[in-house]
Design a protein around this ligand. Structure first.
Ligand SMILES: [Fe+2]
Length: 359
């Protein structure tokens, strides 16, 4: 399958990956033939692109870190937990479900040693907070796994990252959803969510302080320019330092009401640029080894004017994937593979492209 921007989706294209609606319900199953009504619905829901399956991309498989089913169940549980007016006993039962789901995520991630985050943003716009929580959890746990954290700590990191923004249940919606720049006072109100999240976890979960501290410190910055404590370097807990990278990365690649998300390669570059200042340099290195700049299924243009689809990514080589070449400048070629990881290929990826003849 390959990823195609919504503006290039045409009637009759075959959906490569199941899509979900507002409430995590299945909207369109993979294999569905797309029609114009579906395209309109997808645009309304905020999808910027979708995976399609065609002859040229039928040998390309998008590997997911966690299964769609687990991702959607977790997303729905976070949504349930963050709903307004939830009762005390419902909070407790909902948190029990989240604990079980986190254990399942740990199990799925632990199975894969050389795991690399291969994520294209497929969020439903109105559900940003819940999708974001799951993405931050997955990225944090991949980082944790690369750092060889023990299974128990990976689980704690999973809970902390899933609940990192739980304190936002106390932030007024008009501030959270404001499409324009926040005033000083509004920003000060938003900033309270770190401490509110810390208090929430202390109140409802009988769990290691690594979790509450990770939540408390997820907006601290390595050089002391974050909030709420303005602490720096290793004074910030490991969980706080990990979650801050995952949180910023996923926010950057997401479409928001006030701006479009940036490309994964640009977001990785931003995080790398912040190594040693905003973020812990060692963790940034681990992150950049484990996140693909050009996710599987995206179209890329090479420095020698070849154009192709990314087939595979390798940990430690996030800029050098395996690419299926299908086009040279504006001419189609017989498809063949180039593995950029092999050093004898003296070419680089210039960027992602929509300049495909076979659209
Ligand atoms: Fe936050």
């Amino acid at each position: 399958m390959r990823y195609v921007l919504i503006k290039y989706i045409r009637e009759g294209m075959i959906l490569g990956k199941t899509l979900y609606g507002d409430n995590g319900e299945i909207l369109l199953t993979k294999g569905t033939s797309i029609n114009l009504l579906y395209v309109k619905i997808l645009i309304r829901l905020g999808y910027s692109g979708i995976y399609i399956r065609d002859e040229l991309s039928e040998d390309i498989t998008v590997t997911e870190i966690i299964s769609d089913a687990l991702r959607m169940r977790t997303m729905k549980s976070i949504k349930n937990l963050m709903r307004p007016n939830i009762k005390e006993d419902e909070i407790k039962s909902s948190l029990k479900v989240i604990e079980v789901l986190t254990k399942n995520i740990v199990d799925e991630i632990s199975c894969n040693k050389d795991i690399i985050v291969n994520m294209i943003d497929l969020k439903v716009a109105s559900e940003y907070t819940f999708y974001h929580s799951v993405n931050v959890c997955v990225i944090s746990m991949v980082l944790g796994s690369a750092l060889k954290l023990r299974k128990k700590d990976l689980y704690l990191l999973g809970i902390a990252s899933l609940l990192h923004d739980i304190g936002k249940i106390y932030t007024p919606n008009e501030i959270l959803d404001k499409p324009s720049k926040l005033t000083y006072e509004e920003f000060e109100t938003i900033k309270l969510h770190s401490e509110n999240g810390y208090r929430y976890v202390k109140k409802y979960l009988n769990i290691h302080t690594k979790v509450s501290m990770g939540i408390y410190e997820h907006h601290e910055r390595y050089d002391g320019t974050g909030y709420p404590l303005n602490i720096k370097w290793e004074k910030i807990s490991l969980f706080g330092r990990i979650i801050s990278i995952a949180d910023v990365y996923d926010a950057l690649v997401s479409d928001r009401p006030y701006r479009k998300g940036i490309l994964p390669s640009e977001a990785v570059e931003y995080i790398m640029g912040g190594g040693g200042t905003m973020f812990d340099q060692h963790l940034v290195r681990t992150f950049s080894d484990r996140i693909s700049c050009y996710p599987i299924g995206t179209c890329v243009i090479l420095s020698n004017s070849l154009i192709g689809i990314v087939v595979e990514n390798y940990s430690g080589y996030s800029l050098r994937p395996l690419v299926k070449i299908i086009q040279y400048e504006d001419k189609l070629v017989t498809p063949y593979l180039i593995n950029l990881k092999e050093s004898n290929y003296n070419v680089t990826i210039v960027g992602m492209t929509d300049a495909l003849l076979f659209r």
